[in-house]
Design a protein around this ligand. Structure first.
Ligand code: SF4
Length: 243
């Protein structure tokens, strides 16, 4: 698989915040987020500028499992980049993780643009659909981002997982300000998402930026019945790789 980094840390976002987890970060993304305030994606080394500085590159699934087993933890978070770009390999990876530990709890973090069998093989899908505020206007990636940002068919399939009761789903939106709420509510209506499955997360890649947006995000959650999630890894370590 195309891997950017493997590391052991705590989950920093969403309903499993604080749980010790082994992170498998895949390389490459089909979007190029550039948020309205000027922040790029928080992992540009997997999207805007995919690199192999850690000399990890392609790894066999057996090598990933061997790293997982060194950390003796239950939770695995598969994140990116966009992991679903390697959807066949994801199925194999989940099978191998369950073989290694029958109690493993697998969270897959995705931007929700690609659906596949992997969705039935994980325990929690953490879907973070990107809003208009993520479009890299005026860059060479504007068109490709706009083309890929919303896959209606994939989103319908992801949203039906809850009614099928197969996989838990949380919908996590990067919150840049009040203007996002209209788009979130339209999305919620279109894909029949319950308030309790929605998390708003302040947009920011430094402690200072999160501090500046936190209260506004919490207030938006309280007025709309959504959950709030912070970005614990940034609060704890700042904008660092491997945490
Ligand atoms: S979808 Fe995620 S990984 Fe891809 S560019 Fe946007 S923030 Fe980065």
């Amino acid at each position: 698989m195309d891997i950017s980094e493997l590391f052991y840390s705590v989950q920093g976002e969403g309903k499993r915040t604080g749980i010790p987890s082994f992170f498998i970060r895949t390389n490459f993304c089909n979007l190029r987020c550039l948020f309205a305030g000027g922040n790029m994606c928080d992992t540009p080394y997997t999207s805007w500028d995919p690199e192999d500085a850690l000399n990890i590159g392609k790894l066999h699934i057996a090598e990933i499992i061997s790293e997982y087993e060194k950390n003796n933890c239950r939770d695995v978070v598969i994140t990116g980049g966009e992991p679903a770009m390697q959807k066949e390999e994801l199925v194999e990876l989940c099978t191998a993780l369950r073989k290694s530990n029958e109690n493993v709890y697998i969270t897959l973090e995705t931007n929700g643009t690609i659906f596949g069998e992997f969705a039935n093989r994980v325990d929690l899908l953490s879907i973070s659909p990107k809003l208009k505020t993520s479009v890299p206007f005026g860059t060479k990636y504007e068109k490709i981002h706009l083309r890929n940002i919303k896959n209606h068919e994939a989103l319908q399939k992801f949203s039906s997982l809850k009614t099928e009761g197969k996989t838990a789903v949380q919908w996590k939106f990067v919150f840049t300000g009040e203007d996002d709420l209209k788009e979130i509510k339209e999305f919620q209506k279109q894909y029949k998402v319950d308030n309790g499955d929605i998390y708003l997360m302040p947009e920011g890649i430094t402690r200072e930026q999160l501090d500046a947006k936190r209260l506004q995000t919490i207030e938006a959650c309280l007025s709309n019945g959504y959950n709030f999630t912070d970005r614990l890894h940034i609060i704890a370590w700042g904008n660092k790789r491997g945490v």
